[in-house]
Design a protein around this ligand. Structure first.
Ligand code: AHR
Length: 494
């Protein structure tokens, strides 16, 4: 028996739209070729930024974009990316393929991109190989409105008005590629960097580097050292966790996988729930009112690269399996919205679990894109807590639930319930009970496909797409949902 019970009287927490955020790094073809083609490109663009990509991302209401990394952030010196393009120094992108980075896409280009996308920028600063002064000046360059060395420099580079960037990351993966630091060393550094990242006018939202996966000690030390008597010195703590079906050495193919690998992938995606609950429990000890957000600023699937592509570029296809992984993550994030303030899929275009793939002038939208589209109704809506009872799916060694769910009610008083069914073969009948929420109609959309490996290509971009859902019918006190195998569904109750 599968049952989802919702009591509208328990509504309260708002689902921060930033949970549906993105991450784009100077990695492979994410920035160059993905967003940026240059003003002289035959590919239609506005000031060098692809029009087709901007239109697609605006459709899913992208709320924020994290940049420039990732590991790249802790080697990036922002001043190399401003001023006359031909005079910008070149650098080696040591982490990602050892290619030459010509710095043609820098701060002005990124902030223009965010303006075109109508999303909030989230800049990650360099702590690993940078200086306090460098980060401090970057904030001044972006945000100070008045006479100052950095505001003047910005003016000389053609931008008088400050951008007022709110979200700032103080380093990335400082436990690894961002400097190999201990939590104690990083926490002390965080405190120092954070002081000089000044708020000019509007307060900043400062995000400290948080743990890798299940490094609970990192969370404890960071919270201990930043949440003392003077109140929290941070607004967010990041968490990185990737869904890797195999081992790092052999992660598995993005499109050629068995049913067993599908289930293992789902089990690994479900692990996000345990991570959030355990890190949050530690944070509660220092921040019981949950003022500090968990910012899951890197999540998604990580498979072996597509055969024949540069291993340093992390280019992978995206199948129905990725759609399920996305739906599961969004249900988990929505259900933990009291602590999760932001999340960023890695990465938007041509890298890891992308929502868009490009090749020259061609573009295709992935199954993951469509899940973002289906879930955008939850952005800034009020969460409705869900109680889920689900049948299990056997893994051979234990089992995992078939069904996950999350729900919210929007400003127009429409409720949305999103459901996933990971069972490859069996439809699940779900009894949806909704107390205290009168409604007259139920409608919905679904994403599923014939085969679990189905994906979209440049030649055939509509193999996996959103379709109207007719499997929900009104029942006494709720709705009966016939949830097809391997599907993600969003219902609207009005
Ligand atoms: O997203 C790819 C890489 O994964 C990022 O650069 C890094 O932060 C993480 O290890």
């Amino acid at each position: 028996m599968n049952r989802v019970a919702i009591n509208a009287a328990e509504a309260g927490v708002r689902i921060n739209r930033h949970i549906y955020g993105h991450f784009s790094e100077h990695l492979g073809r994410c920035i160059y070729g993905g967003y940026w083609v240059g003003e002289d490109s035959p590919i239609p663009n506005v000031r060098g930024i692809r029009k087709d990509v901007v239109a697609a991302l605006r459709k899913i209401k992208i709320p924020n974009l994290r940049w420039p990394g990732g590991c790249f952030a802790d080697e990036y010196h922002w001043m190399d990316g401003i001023g006359t393009k031909s005079a910008r120094p070149k650098m080696i992108n040591t982490h990602w393929g050892g290619v030459t980075e010509d710095n043609s896409f820098g701060t002005h280009e990124f902030l223009d991109l965010c303006k075109q996308l109508e999303c909030e920028p989230y800049i990650c600063g360099n702590v690993g190989s940078g200086t306090v002064q460098e980060l401090s000046q970057w904030v001044e360059y972006c945000n100070f409105d008045g006479v100052s060395p950095m505001a003047d420099l910005r003016g000389k580079n053609g931008r008088k008005e400050p951008w007022q960037v709110k979200f700032w990351g103080i380093g990335n993966e400082s436990w690894g590629c961002g400097g190999n630091m201990t939590p104690e060393f990083y926490a002390d550094n965080y405190r120092r960097y954070a002081v000089y990242a000044r708020s000019y006018g509007k307060p900043l939202y400062k995000i400290a580097c948080g743990p890798n996966t299940d490094d609970y000690n990192w969370t404890k030390v960071l919270m201990e050292k930043t949440c003392g008597d003077r109140g929290p010195l941070l607004d967010g703590l990041s968490l990185h966790y990737y869904t890797v079906p195999g081992e790092w050495a052999y992660k598995g193919s993005a499109t050629e996988f068995t049913e067993n690998e599908w289930l293992i992938t789902m089990r690994k995606a479900y692990y996000m729930e345990e991570l959030l609950s355990k890190h949050s429990a530690i944070m509660d000890q220092y921040d019981p009112k949950k003022k500090v957000g968990l910012v899951v600023d890197e999540w998604g699937t990580w498979f072996d690269v597509e055969p024949g592509t540069n291993p340093g570029f992390l280019y992978q296809q995206n199948s129905l399996r990725d759609a399920l992984v996305a739906g599961i993550h969004f249900n988990i994030f929505n259900n933990n919205a009291d602590r999760v303030h932001m999340a960023n899929i890695a990465q938007t275009i041509n890298v890891l679990q992308s929502v868009i793939l490009t090749e020259g002038a061609k573009m295709t939208l992935t199954p993951t894109y469509h899940v973002f589209d289906m879930y955008k109704v939850h952005q800034d809506a009020v969460r409705l807590p869900v109680y889920v009872e689900s049948e299990n799916v056997s893994l051979g060694f234990g089992s995992i639930p078939a069904v996950t769910a999350s729900a919210s009610v929007d400003e127009q008083e429409k409720a949305h319930v999103s459901l996933t069914n990971i069972d490859v073969k069996e439809e699940k009948t779900v009894t949806l009970e909704l107390r205290g929420f009168p409604f007259k109609n139920v409608s919905g959309t679904i994403i599923t496909s014939t085969n679990i490996q189905d994906h979209n290509t440049f030649e055939k971009g509509d193999t996996v797409k959103i379709a109207p859902f007719s499997g929900a019918s009104m029942a006494q006190g709720g709705v009966t949902v016939k949830l097809p195998p391997k599907s993600v569904v969003t219902l609207e109750l009005a």
